[in-house]
Design a protein around this ligand. Structure first.
Ligand code: TYD
Length: 130
């Protein structure tokens, strides 16, 4: 779990960040989704995945992401389109403190499958301590 700073490409016309599957992201990207229009004060996420790995980028605005491995929590501030956060499988994640204009892009290693989710924190603790 670490924040990654991507190179900003581009020229006098403007900026560009390029992210390649399995090159800049530590997995093959199978799904892309984005979270936006989050109401003030509302946290999102609050789940873990058995297998899915994720790569999070606030492509507009900012938010905080708290990652929790069951024994240690760390909070990251995503506030630039070239800053990314890797969230491994079996890590509890909560996104919070969204700015009104935040668009949080998530690159994921697997297709959407509800059975890959752990949505109950007590169940997550039981799983990681197995
Ligand atoms: P949810 O995981 O609750 O959102 P958040 O992590 O932002 O709190 O997902 C919201 C809804 O969207 C839920 O009905 C599941 C659905 N969904 C998909 O159909 N595909 C996806 O890739 C994702 C991430 C969610």
């Amino acid at each position: 779990m670490a924040v990654v700073e991507h190179n900003i490409l581009g020229d006098h016309r403007g900026k560009l960040v390029a992210i390649e599957s399995a090159v800049d992201v530590p997995f093959e990207i199978k799904r892309v989704f984005y979270i936006y229009g989050t109401e003030p004060g509302i946290p999102r996420g609050q789940h873990s995945h058995f297998k899915t790995k994720q790569y999070l980028i606030a492509v507009n605005g900012s938010c905080k992401v708290t990652l929790d491995n069951g024994s240690k929590k760390e909070t990251f501030f995503l506030n630039s389109p070239n800053i990314a956060l890797f969230q491994d499988a079996m890590i509890w994640g909560e996104m919070h403190d969204f700015s009104k204009d935040c668009v949080l892009l998530v690159l994921a290693s697997d297709h959407y499958k509800e059975s890959d989710y752990i949505r109950n924190y007590e169940d997550f603790l039981l799983e990681v301590n197995k």
